[in-house]
Design a protein around this ligand. Structure first.
Ligand code: SAM
Length: 283
């Protein structure tokens, strides 16, 4: 690679692109599901790219992984059984297992190669994989949720790629109905919901589909994520049979594990919506 080589992700939908100066392409392969590339960058550590879209960088993944897990876990009174759909880099699984109340966390990733490459190039994200509470399955998350035992889960985290290819079916009412059925009363579903700046229509249609599946309260939380288009990302949380007012602030303030982004104030900040988002979501 030349001294000044860049990986660039072009984001057609927003007419923008994001780039990283790279030292080397470390790995590239086409799996039955997608094309995975791993780059060594000059400033962002390792970078995983799937089908041309940035997934994870060493430097900033903590923002996303912490916000996909801790707000939901500190909202639920005691989440014992957790399922992560996607999330093959294992960073969300690691954050979930920081919570002592979690008795079992199943990661359901369609593409085993994502996890094997994460083990090699992002070993720090995989450090909880041998936790006896963790189970790693390599199957389709849509099928897994459709066949899940009713009323058996407390939290489902959908840590997926964008709604194209194998992840398309993770963004519709049929999938949300499966999640609703599998969750216990008070159970929470949280899903990465793209950028509030350029994907508001998607966020709106996800929330509608979740409502149609039976979920009541919905909250969209936003946080920075420099490696994703626009640099501003979100997750959307819904709950079965209960509202989403408040969270366990005392528990979050006295948590027994370190975080780099998440704390009580960032949790509250993530829940605050800008005017244009409020208006679009009718809040
Ligand atoms: N944080 C990332 C983002 O927002 O771009 C996503 C990280 S994670 C690597 C996404 C994972 O979802 C990928 O490894 C992909 O294989 C997985 N995935 C996509 N569709 C899936 C499905 N139907 N069932 C299970 N996993 C799926």
């Amino acid at each position: 690679m030349s001294d000044n080589a860049w990986f660039t992700e072009q984001h057609e939908h927003s007419g923008s692109s994001i780039g990283f100066r790279v030292k080397q392409l470390l790995h590239s392969e086409k799996t039955p599901f997608q094309t995975i590339e791993i780059y060594d960058t000059t400033d962002w550590g390792k970078l995983m790219v799937i089908d041309g879209c940035t997934m994870v960088s060493t430097r900033d993944n903590f923002l996303y992984h912490e916000m996909m897990s801790h707000p939901a876990l500190f909202t639920h009174a005691r989440a014992k059984r957790v399922v992560i759909i996607g999330g093959g880099d294992c960073g969300t699984l690691r954050e979930v297992l920081r919570h002592d109340e979690v008795e079992k966390a199943v990661q359901v990733e369609i593409d085993e190669r994502v996890t094997r490459l994460a083990e090699k190039y992002f070993p720090e994200l995989c450090e909880a994989n041998d936790d006896p509470r963790a189970e790693l399955l390599f199957i389709d998350g849509i099928k897994y949720m459709a066949e899940c035992e009713p009323d058996s889960l407390d939290l489902v985290i959908v840590d997926s790629t964008d709604p194209v290819g194998p992840a398309e079916g993770l963004f519709n009412a049929a999938f949300y109905s499966s999640c609703y059925k599998a969750l216990r009363h008070g159970g929470i579903l949280v899903q990465q919901s793209e950028s509030p700046l350029v994907h508001l229509d998607l966020i709106k249609s996800m929330r509608n589909a979740m409502k149609n599946a039976g979920f009541q309260a919905a909250k969209t939380l936003s946080f920075p994520q420099p490696v994703y288009p626009t640099g501003w990302w979100s997750c959307t949380m819904v709950r079965k049979g209960a509202d989403l007012a408040g969270f366990r602030e005392r528990g979050a303030a006295s948590k027994q594990f370190a975080t780099r982004y998440y704390n009580v104030d960032m949790h509250k900040a993530a829940l605050a919506l800008p005017e244009f988002v409020r208006e679009a979501l009718g809040e």
